[in-house]
Design a protein around this ligand. Sequence first.
Ligand SMILES: *[C@@H]1O[C@H](CO)[C@@H](O)[C@H](O)[C@H]1NC(C)=O
Ligand SMILES: [Ca+2]
Ligand SMILES: [Ca+2]
Length: 368
Amino acid sequence: MLRNFALFFVFTCSNTLLSFQTSCGAESGNAAPQTAAGCGCENLKRAAAVEPVEESTATVHPAVKYSKEVHDRPPEAQGDERRVQSQMVLITGGEFLMGTDNPGIPADGEGPQRLVHVDSFYMDIQEVTNQQFEAFVNATGYITEAEKFGDSFVFEGILSETIKNQITQAVAAAPWWLPVKGANWRHPEGPDSNIIDKLDHPVLHVSWTDAVTYCSWANKRLPTEAEWEFACRGGLRDRLYPWGNKLNPKGQHYANLWQGDFPTYNSEEDGYIKTSPVMSFPANGFGLYDMVGNAWEWTSDWWTVHHTTDHKHNPKGPPSGTDKVKKGGSYMCHKSYCYRYRCAARSQNTPDSSSSNVGFRCVSQEQR
Ligand SMILES: *[C@@H]1O[C@H](CO)[C@@H](O)[C@H](O)[C@H]1NC(C)=O
Ligand SMILES: [Ca+2]
Ligand SMILES: [Ca+2]
């Protein structure tokens, strides 16, 4: 039974099935800790050979299928499920410096710093919550990829002993990630957990495809990386964080991150060991909460580490790729392992991967 996990997951740097015990050269070769695997979440990848069981309507992209269902209905019938959706703020377009010439993690393609222009758009002020995602599932019957595959990656530190003892395999480059059967958005810490007390926490274990489908249903879309980063910076120029360059100005915490020693000891100095309710920390200059920390956030861009310094207008990333860009870091990020809670920082996952620290928020051209 456990062997099945090996068929479902491979890590990106080895690309070898059944290789959970081998070490991951690309990661162990890094000397400086901040260039290491970080949260290790970019290593979480499903094997291409394994496809989830598709319904007969699978020829229609889920985003189209689920959004059509709801858009065909009269607006008055859409009220209930829409009421819980996030407030949005207008992000007035403009020019900004994207990326950095002083990368915390050069291998991630944080540089070079480049002048980018984005048009105006609206953005959810918060990460999509469990309650909001539940409203979507109630309305559409949508089944996430983690539910179709039957498993998802959970950070070892939040699993019960019972579940932990049933698992013998982990990701070699990041042994704190365990593939857990029955883990999904309703059971974020494994099958013996639930979201009853976490309705206002970010939804987790959602793949990129799940995120696209949700946003499309809400008549929104995922932000491009440029939009996300512009929004993250909150009008500040060339700063590390959405609020400035100091991590804890006046001793205050501005994001749900990891304090202590990753992955063994979380001192909970910011008040949270795991996710926090959305908007528990101060908003940035644009009125956006949790842009860094709490849950990672999917963007629409394909991943590349090569960027041109040519002046770009609304860049959308490369036309194709294998991984999607995620931004902002999570409650698992600590400077020693995952210095990715900076606006310029970035990481990647395959579009079908999911884990206990990745969520999303949506944007749109018009107020929704
Ligand atoms: C979803 O449906 C369940 C069962 O009817 C209900 O208890 C729950 O409140 C609904 N959630 C939302 C967000 O509407
Ligand atoms: Ca924390
Ligand atoms: Ca976040």
